[in-house]
Design a protein around this ligand. Sequence first.
Ligand SMILES: *Cc1c(COP(=O)(O)O)cnc(C)c1O
Length: 480
Amino acid sequence: MEKVDINNIKALEKEARLLEPTPAKREEVRDKIVKYTEGFINDIETIPAYVDGRKSSEVFLHSPITEEPGNIDELVKMLGEGMDNTALNPASGGHLGYIPGGGIYYAALGDYWADITNRYAGIFFAGPGAVRIENMLIGWTAELAGYPENSVGNLTSGGSIANLSAIVTARDYKKITSEKVKKAVIYLSGEVHHCIFKAIRIAGLNECIVRHLPLDECYRIKPAELEKLINEDKQAGLIPFLVVASAGTTDTGSVDPLQTIGEIAKKHNLWYHVDAAYGGYFLLTGYGKKILKGIEASDSFAIDPHKGLFLPYGLGMVVVKNKEALYQSHYYRANYMQDTIDADEEVNPADLSPELTKHFRGLRLWLPLKLLGLKPFRACLEEKLQLTRYFYEEVKKLGFEVGPYPELSVATYRYIPKNGDANAFNKKLMEEIQKDGRVFISSTMLEGRFMLRLAVLSFRTHLSTINTLLELLKTKTAGH
Ligand SMILES: *Cc1c(COP(=O)(O)O)cnc(C)c1O
């Protein structure tokens, strides 16, 4: 063994202390990054929603990690050009594709605070304030959905992990052990988000029988068919155990008949999970409360603040009515954790999650809600609903064929050209709009038809954005 040498330790300390920049250095670097990000926000209305920028991102391939420090000016330039000015700009109000995100500013400050102080939000013993913030936010969302007070949940990185946690919980609570998997039945709509199928596979349920329920003309589950199938399956000696409904599908924003499905699930003793990742926070609007009625009948739901509350990416939530069920699927004990087992006062987020150490995600949600109050969130969500209906009516006037009337903030539409293949035409139309760059739209397939989608959920999308898209659709289809 090498002899301990105090001078060596001191030399190492000198080098190691560079990890704590001086106040002057902190200020210098912070100011440059803030200058860039302030410029980004100030110019956001003119920065394209989409640029074809695959090439400029190659800068990162030629910039290895090295022993020596880098220069902040060069790094800001590299990130601006090689990262931000490439492809989709999710912060833009012109992002009208997939399910848009956003990124409200105060959330970034919440993250900043959480990162500087690095509070630990996994265990109540270690970070009671942080844990209480997170549990309070989950309680607030649970209440919004009409869940009882003793419901629990967890802040996740997004909807995919939230759905996974719920499905694992359903599996364990319904005791779907390995010998039962092949007889166990899951009921869902073919329109569920693909992360549900991912979760089923990851949860070891890939050999379950998965029944795709018939849908009505608005792509919603037909509940009568659900009950019929459950009865047939029971008679055949199978084990129906889980039904998944969507509170806002990704394709069309459709809301399954949540209440009726809940009644059937209850009657047949199925775990009822609602994927409200996209649509859940419309509960903050009067209309949303009505259309999402029945979510309170579920056993669990997933919801994404990084969608419906306009937060930057990285925040989903699972909420489960039965505290014991979520806990039994996720807790663990270890000797080195023996001091942390405490109090029934607050649940430990780490006991309700596959994660132990994680980012203190609560602050990025708490700070904006506290600073802004709920009113602008409600208005913004209501505005999104109305903009979508406005678009739907206007695009029809332009001669487009439209999909079902938007239940939330997604609309589908396509143009039927006088000549040629409609699918090819609409694909090209989408690409031309992307090339223009002011707005970004995406597409989907509905029964073999290539449909364009409008998804309004960026907090920066307003009437002028929708009018820009309508104008583009009008000019690009003129004469066809
Ligand atoms: C976005 C979405 C998901 C997946 O959530 P992530 O946050 O992207 O992991 C699941 N379900 C629906 C309905 C969604 O819109």
